[in-house]
Design a protein around this ligand. Structure first.
Ligand SMILES: [Zn+2]
Length: 386
């Protein structure tokens, strides 16, 4: 890979012919049309938060270094921004009056600045590395450089490495904040559209967790039919089975749940009743587990992390049980006491016993002292597995 350091390009040159697409949140072109600011493999502009974009302008006004910017020189002699897209877009947006910066305690747009300040900004030279090399080389390198400010997310990196028609189409569907479906999807998927987290989820589902292999395999596809169909199938399945939308449904492993349970028939009315009953149960500590618990036929209570008896209750019950057992000359584990084994008269230590719901929680038994009994480890384990 050939590189060349350039110091002759100023903010003025860079912002000449700056084009910004408000709808997509992308800086598109600069340097009199010779520079593509947002190549396919670059992420969307995420500096427009009134802090990072302002910080870029303040740095220039204070003549602090902006850091290195990297351009990739393409075959036709044009340039693409490899690293520095966020900084360049901030500069372009400021110079074209898209946001204001507080200077001397006043919010000031570029056009309202004193002309010496305007010139100071425009005449600031930038440190630019021009790189020339094979696509694979450039991308490998892009993967390893550190993007100033916000590190690339895993999916942003994958989008860069596997850029092509597939990623372009997939981003248009799943990374587009203008997509009207995003709101519906947000009930089940956690994350930010512009950080590629919806796309990541869609890819995770269709590839059963093998995102990179899937992207590599489909890199040059001219359609995203499979991705889209699979994604919509999962969403449709969720909304058909669970007619209510609960906050706890957001971010669950819906792809895995779909794969595991989509061949099982469910009665949405009964499911809805179960969701309401369990959501109101004060003993359930993990509400996020309710949905899989229902899908699995309400057997695996481990998913719910049902509240256990506290130490004081266990000690109290242990003492009472042990005293009664000593009087009767039997084991303090009520199940050992009615057995025929050597443990029939054994007095277990507190540390050798576990607390158990006499009337099982899943059948309405409360986590109260009246419903608590101490069992030896073996019997408690056997009871838990029945
Ligand atoms: Zn026992």
């Amino acid at each position: 890979m050939k590189t060349k350091l350039r110091t002759d390009i100023t903010v003025r040159d860079l912002c000449e012919g700056f084009v910004y697409n408000e709808l997509e949140g992308k800086g598109l072109y600069g340097l009199s049309g010779k520079l593509t600011i947002q190549p396919e493999y670059q992420r969307n502009y995420i500096y427009a938060d009134g802090k990072k974009d302002v910080a870029v302008i303040e740095s220039v006004l204070n003549q602090y270094p902006l850091g290195l910017i990297y351009f990739n020189k393409t075959m036709d002699g044009r340039f693409e921004v490899l690293d520095g897209q966020q900084r360049i877009t901030s500069l372009g947006r400021y110079v074209t009056d898209r946001f204001a910066v507080k200077i001397d305690n006043m919010e000031q747009y570029f056009s309202g600045l004193a002309s010496d300040k305007q010139q100071l900004i425009l005449n600031t030279p930038l440190l630019i590395y021009e790189c020339e090399g094979a696509e694979s080389e450039i991308k490998q390198w892009f993967r390893t450089i550190n993007i100033a400010g916000v590190p690339l997310s895993d999916q942003e990196l994958l989008n860069a490495v596997y850029s092509g028609p597939f990623v372009t189409l997939a981003k248009a569907e799943f990374s587009n904040s203008q997509n009207a479906m995003i709101q519906k999807w947000s009930a089940y998927i956690k994350g930010a559209v512009n950080r590629q987290e919806f796309l990541q989820c869609a890819l995770d589902w269709v590839s059963h967790g093998k995102i990179e292999a899937y992207m590599s395999q489909h890199r040059y596809d001219n359609n995203i039919c499979e991705l889209k169909t699979y994604f919509n199938t999962v969403i449709d399945w969720i909304t058909a089975v669970f007619t209510d939308v609960e906050r706890e449904m957001c971010g669950l492993e819906w792809g895995r749940l779909y794969e595991t349970y989509h061949n099982t028939p469910y009665n949405p009315t009964a499911v809805s009743q179960a969701v309401h009953r369990l959501m109101e149960d004060p003993y359930i500590q993990n509400r996020k587990g309710i949905f899989e618990y229902i899908l699995g036929g309400e057997h695996d209570t481990r998913l719910l992390n049902v509240r256990v008896f506290d130490e004081a209750t266990k000690k109290k019950v242990y003492r009472k049980q042990t005293e009664a057992a000593q009087r009767a000359g039997v084991s303090n584990c009520p199940l050992c006491a009615i057995g025929h084994e050597a443990n029939r008269t054994r007095l277990w230590k507190l540390s050798e016993m576990d607390a158990d719901h006499v009337s099982a929680w899943s059948r309405g038994g409360a986590t109260t002292i009246e419903n608590c009994q101490m069992l030896c480890r073996t019997h408690n384990h056997a009871k838990g597995n029945r």
